[in-house]
Ligand binder design. Structure first.
Ligand SMILES: Cc1cc2nc3c(=O)[nH]c(=O)nc-3n(C[C@H](O)[C@H](O)[C@H](O)COP(=O)(O)OP(=O)(O)OC[C@H]3O[C@@H](n4cnc5c(N)ncnc54)[C@H](O)[C@@H]3O)c2cc1C
Ligand SMILES: NC(=O)c1ccc[n+]([C@@H]2O[C@H](COP(=O)([O-])OP(=O)(O)OC[C@H]3O[C@@H](n4cnc5c(N)ncnc54)[C@H](O)[C@@H]3O)[C@@H](O)[C@H]2O)c1
Length: 438
């Protein structure tokens, strides 16, 4: 009998380590121990941001002040990425030394009972953190060779000359930026019209301009009904009957929660495993954290949830997390997009009265040599001046937005924000300016 069984070794590991350090008898079940750390470490955040880092260096090198022009050596990038992930996995395994690590596929089959490798284990508390998987629309024949998911991109040993990308969400936009800055011709296919539908219109437009400047060809209102690998390349057929051939198609049309782990009828599954504000499922003492509960698909949110649940189990009575205050970002290049709290689209949709303050980056000399002339920052406050949220399009926007995330957590108003004097020359000055203008 365990105190806690964690199923899924993604961000769940963070909770398991804390529980074990606090003297709990803990088991962590992971399908593939080489994947300890989950999608974020092995197929998501870390490798994708490493790829983006190097493709941005290539982009930066294409500058008249710098002599010569760099190229990505995909083979070496692949090897370095693999070596890095292996060493981090080893460190993680060491950190889990007080946890019983069980390799196998876990399933909750009855209250407090988990089946794994033909055995039934029991625990007072169970925390499911089984993540999500790629969603592939009907008619697209994914083969991870020339019709690939993001996993396929992160395993490429050579760049294609051209690539088509289906989907304009986080993966589509990041991978379009990766390929385009690395010198690949990108056709970005959107089944609908518009980019970043929840963002401020000026930001959506600037992101579009940035992609076009990188040479990305945008096909909007182009739903794909069929994609098949042929000897001539990937044959992509659109709803209007037209078709094209491409050497490679990346499918980036979203991810679906892994819910098979909940094989006990007391645990209700909707879009994801249903949970309350404390990530408890419909069965008491059974929790679901991260991508599998269908709330947010972000590593930092999954980690916060795993730790919050663990603190509850340890009896520390933590506050409910405010998932509205989780930072979201898309690492487009050279400027990335980040938001926290409410975006313009959300404020409009929810009919929230607010005041917005927009500052463009072209008025800062710093933007000239940072490819940020089209960047901007917008902050929103309510009628009493309390901060509601912000959106940023700037280099490393995901770092800059941290200030607003902290202001939201501290329930600051614009007068308090105005007292901040930030460093010059930086982009953070522009954020300071948005509050000053309110
Ligand atoms: C290309 C890409 C880039 C991304 N970039 C970012 C980013 O920059 N920032 C960010 O915040 N998020 C990013 N994400 C999202 C992020 O990776 C996920 O939100 C995060 O990994 C979710 O963590 P998790 O613990 O819920 O699930 P996962 O990380 O998916 O971990 C779940 C684990 O459970 C295991 N498992 C599944 N079923 C079972 C079972 N029945 N029994 C045992 N084990 C099981 C799996 O093998 C896996 O190791 C990215 C995702 C992708 C695909
Ligand atoms: N920087 C980051 O934090 C980061 C980076 C990459 C991925 N992620 C996470 O990974 C998750 C998955 O990323 P994603 O880009 O695949 O998903 P997404 O939900 O961000 O975007 C999916 C895209 O596919 C389109 N789409 C959805 N269903 C479709 C269908 N049936 N046919 C055609 N198009 C369809 C959507 O309109 C959208 O353009 C995201 O939710 C995100 O949270 C985060």
């Amino acid at each position: 009998m365990y105190d806690i069984i964690y199923i899924g070794g993604g961000l769940n590991y963070a909770g398991a380590i804390v529980a074990a350090k606090n003297g709990k008898k803990v088991a962590l079940i992971e399908k593939d121990m080489n994947q300890l750390g989950g999608v974020c470490l092995h197929k998501g955040c870390i490798p994708s941001k490493m790829f983006l880092h190097y493709s941005n260096v290539v982009y930066e090198s294409k500058n008249e002040i710098l002599k010569g022009s760099l190229q990505l050596d995909m083979n070496t990038l692949f090897e370095k990425k693999d070596a890095l992930l292996k060493s981090v996995t080893k460190v993680l395994q060491k950190q889990c030394s007080h946890i019983e690590l069980i390799e196998g596929e876990g399933k909750v089959v009855a209250p407090h009972k988990v089946n794994v490798n033909g055995e039934t284990l029991e625990a007072e508390y169970i925390v499911m953190g089984t993540g999500s998987h790629h969603f592939v629309p009907d008619g697209i024949e994914l083969n991870e060779k020339d019709i690939i998911s993001s996993d396929g991109v992160l395993n490429l040993k050579e760049l294609p000359k051209k690539v088509a990308i289906y989907g304009v969400g986080a993966i589509g936009l990041e991978m379009a930026s990766f390929f385009a800055t690395a010198g690949v011709e990108v056709t970005l296919i959107n089944r609908k019209e518009g980019l970043l539908p929840k963002a401020h219109a000026s930001i959506s437009l600037a992101v579009r301009t940035q992609l076009e400047k990188l040479g990305v060809i945008l096909l909007e209102n182009h739903p794909i009904i069929k994609a098949k690998s042929t000897q001539k390349g990937v044959h992509i057929t659109f709803e209007d009957g037209k078709s094209i051939y491409m050497p490679m198609l990346l499918v980036a049309t979203g991810r679906k929660p892994n819910v098979d782990v909940a094989a006990c009828e007391d645990i209700v599954v909707e879009r994801g495993i249903k949970t309350d504000a404390f990530f408890e499922t419909t069965l008491a003492q059974h929790y679901a954290i991260g991508d599998c509960n269908g709330k947010l698909q972000l590593a930092h949110a999954a980690r916060a949830q795993a730790l919050n649940v663990t603190q509850q189990i340890l009896g520390n009575d933590p506050r409910a997390l405010n998932l509205e205050h989780v930072v979201k970002f898309i690492h487009t290049l050279p400027m990335s997009y980040a938001e926290v709290g409410k975006t313009k689209g959300q404020l409009e949709k929810e009919g929230i009265a607010c005041k917005e303050s927009l500052v463009t980056l072209n008025q800062f000399t710093y933007s000239v040599y940072n490819h940020a002339g089209k960047g901007l920052m917008v902050s929103y406050v309510d009628e009493e001046g309390f901060i509601l949220g912000a959106e940023i399009l700037a280099p490393n926007a995901e770092e800059l937005i941290a200030m607003v995330a902290m202001s939201l957590a501290g329930e600051m108003d614009k007068e308090q924000a105005k007292r901040t004097i930030l460093a010059h020359p930086t982009f953070s000055e522009a954020l300071e300016r948005t509050f000053y203008k309110l």
